[in-house]
Ligand binder design. Structure first.
Ligand SMILES: Nc1ncnc2c1ncn2[C@@H]1O[C@H](COP(=O)(O)OP(=O)(O)OP(=O)(O)O)[C@@H](O)[C@H]1O
Length: 318
């Protein structure tokens, strides 16, 4: 099969999930979501708490029934081809509770037994650098080791598609980087990945494309580079001035050289800027001419976080 005729790893269309709470209130968690993950791609779903990421992922994993919409993985559906799909998916849930008394090796052996074909247990442990812990009981592992074990369990069936729901939340930097290497190696061998994350550096490092989801809807989709470029500038300048904030004229600021846009953001003025060496002198002169004094100034390279703020006026993590 050529690249174009390969079935998509994930295709969902018009996905809707409405929960009914204990108090009989309706919560629309996913609202007409369309999503495609290509074979061999790492796709990241980003969004704030409660955006609908976990609900979406659990529907795609066949763990939760949608209220409406179509879901296909490798051109197959959960209704008709559950066995086929279970053999091809690796799943690491947001919270994994594994048996406390089993050793690391026993845990992975248990998961290996669910699959007719799969990896050698030792190889799966090697992949997540847990070989030296194979005889340790689950209850004695650190948070990072537990998370890596969950990923080993997801990998031991030699899946074609890996689901990772916030795989590195709460991990130390070294464990996070180790998991990133595991994901990149899996992708390099042709695997497809759908991951959710709160970490923008993680999305930028791992994902070929990302979808930003808010209130159950996809509000932006593209490569990290495309999304960041959509801001119109690669740099963000944030500053505060002494005196009455109300008088700051955002329109005037956005006409300064190399400034693409100006907004209020968490008590500061935030400018999206093309060239710092053009924008900064002009900004300083502008503030000076207005008879004001700068009380703070910082700059950073635009990130996916800035994309989210630009789209919604909110922080990704509040
Ligand atoms: N079982 C449930 N019953 C009622 N409402 C629910 C249920 N599960 C989730 N929700 C609601 O659906 C919305 C989406 O939740 P979901 O967990 O999918 O979001 P999320 O983006 O994964 O958030 P987080 O990053 O915090 O995990 C939220 O408003 C949540 O409160």
């Amino acid at each position: 099969m050529t690249e174009n005729t390969k079935p998509l790893a994930v295709r969902c269309k018009g996905l809707i999930k409405v929960y009914t709470t204990r108090h009989h209130e309706m919560v629309v968690a996913v609202n007409r979501l369309d999503l495609e993950v290509h074979a061999g791609e790492c796709f990241g779903l980003l969004g704030p708490n409660g955006a609908g990421k976990t609900t979406t992922v659990e529907i795609l994993e066949g763990l939760l029934a949608p209220t409406a919409g179509e879901v296909e993985l490798f051109g197959k559906t959960w209704e008709k081809d559950e066995r086929f799909l279970r053999e091809r998916l690796g799943i690491s849930l947001q919270h994994t509770h594994l048996p406390e008394r089993l050793t690391v090796r026993e845990t992975v052996e248990l998961f290996r037994s669910f699959f007719t074909q799969g990896r050698d247990v030792g190889e799966a442990l090697d992949l997540v650098a847990l070989k030296d812990k194979e005889n340790a009981r689950y209850e004695t592992l650190s948070g990072g080791q537990k998370q890596r074990l969950a990923v080993a369990c997801a990998l031991v069936g030699n899946p074609a598609l890996l689901f990772l729901d916030e795989p590195t939340t709460g991990l130390d930097p070294q464990s996070r980087r180790m998991l990133w290497e595991v994901v990149l190696a899996f992708k390099q061998q042709g695997g497809s990945v759908l991951l959710t994350t709160h970490y923008m550096d993680e999305a930028e490092r791992l994902c070929d494309r990302v979808g930003v989801i808010d209130h159950g809807q996809m509000i932006a989709l593209g490569t990290p580079k495309e999304l960041i470029e959509s801001l119109g500038g690669q740099q963000i300048v944030e500053f505060t001035v002494e005196g009455n904030d109300e008088e700051v004229n955002l329109d005037a600021l956005s006409t300064l050289p190399s400034v693409h846009s100006a907004r209020w953001h968490t008590g500061r003025i935030s400018l999206t800027v093309g060239q710092l060496h053009e924008a900064l002198p002009a900004l300083l002169a502008h503030v000076d001419q207005g008879g004001r004094k700068l009380t703070g100034l910082s700059t950073h390279h635009a990130t996916l976080e800035d994309v989210f703020v630009n789209l919604t006026g909110r922080q990704l993590r509040e």
